[in-house]
Ligand binder design. Structure first.
Ligand SMILES: Nc1ncnc2c1ncn2[C@@H]1O[C@H](COP(=O)(O)OP(=O)(O)O)[C@@H](O)[C@H]1O
Ligand SMILES: [Mg+2]
Length: 261
């Protein structure tokens, strides 16, 4: 049984791409067959895995406009079990194209594309853009579950109600089986009172939706770790860049938590 997990939060800079890339890599290194779909025009997951987004004639944009099948754009990565469906800045045009052509069933284009290849993978992760437009609706409509990264900083929970409403609406109208897999605290610093406050708020409101480590039942929290910020510039997930770093350990814990539940 394969699972499609969308990483979503309409706020930018909260750790969506970092989570998508590093959770994918950790699951793949754990022996799972993983496809990461980059569906953000900024293409940070594509570049973060070492691909020059301008080198590929076809990308997820061509899938969304019906020109290519997902299987025709998939690239192999440095990690054996991990494949990537790349994105490109050209994807910014897709929402207008949907609108201009009044494309029917446009919310379900990604889902239909995924359905054709779903059985080839154990996990399909979707890295969505910082917005709640058609692209993110496609990503939520295609998903079995959603992971919501929450940056442990100022205004962490601002906008969360809107995101949760969107998830609820998609569940009600398009994708009844959509579940919230969990909230993931990111960029946590122990010395920072605010970080601790945000985490306490998350525990208060969503305790049963936080990820727990397999053995000691601690919560999985992604620390602020400079290695996580550096690794994309080397085109590598953290597990290949610095496997012993706290960031790498945290994403491996997240993968284990997901595999255990
Ligand atoms: N745990 C972390 N520790 C340090 N830097 C991080 C961490 N998570 C993300 N970053 C950095 O913060 C920035 C935003 O993260 P990113 O994953 O791109 O967010 P999003 O995809 O939500 O916009 C990036 O420069 C990234 O490298
Ligand atoms: Mg991103």
């Amino acid at each position: 049984m394969s699972e499609v997990i969308t990483i979503a939060n309409q706020k930018g800079g909260v750790g969506k791409t970092t989570t998508a890339v590093n959770l994918s890599a950790s699951l793949a290194v754990d022996g799972k067959k993983v496809l990461l779909i980059d569906i953000d025009p900024q293409s940070n997951a594509t570049t973060g895995l070492g691909f020059n987004r301008n080198n590929y004639e076809f990308n997820i944009y061509h899938v969304l406009i019906g020109r290519k099948k997902l299987s025709q754009i998939i690239l192999k990565t440095e990690i054996d079990n991990l494949s990537l469906a790349p994105s490109n800045i050209g994807l910014v045009g897709v929402e207008k194209e949907f609108y201009d052509n009044d494309t029917r069933g446009r919310e379900l284009i990604l889902k239909h594309a995924i359905d054709e290849i779903k059985e080839n993978y154990d996990f399909i992760l979707v890295d969505s853009p910082p917005a709640l437009g058609s692209i993110t609706i496609n990503a939520l409509s295609a998903a079995d579950s959603v992971i919501i990264p929450i940056q442990c900083e100022f205004y962490a929970l601002e906008g969360l109600a809107q995101l949760l409403n969107t998830v609820k609406l998609v569940k009600k109208t398009i994708n009844p089986s959509l579940e919230i897999r969990g909230f993931l605290p990111t960029m946590f610093s122990t010395q920072n009172n605010l970080s601790r406050q945000v985490f306490a708020d998350l525990q208060q409101h969503f305790k049963n939706k936080l990820f727990v480590t397999k053995n000691d039942k601690a919560f999985v929290v992604i620390p602020r770790n400079v290695k996580l910020a550096e690794s994309p510039s080397f085109g590598k997930p953290i597990i290949l860049y610095d496997d012993k770093s706290p960031g790498s350990i945290a994403y491996k814990d997240l993968a284990k938590s997901i595999l255990a539940s």
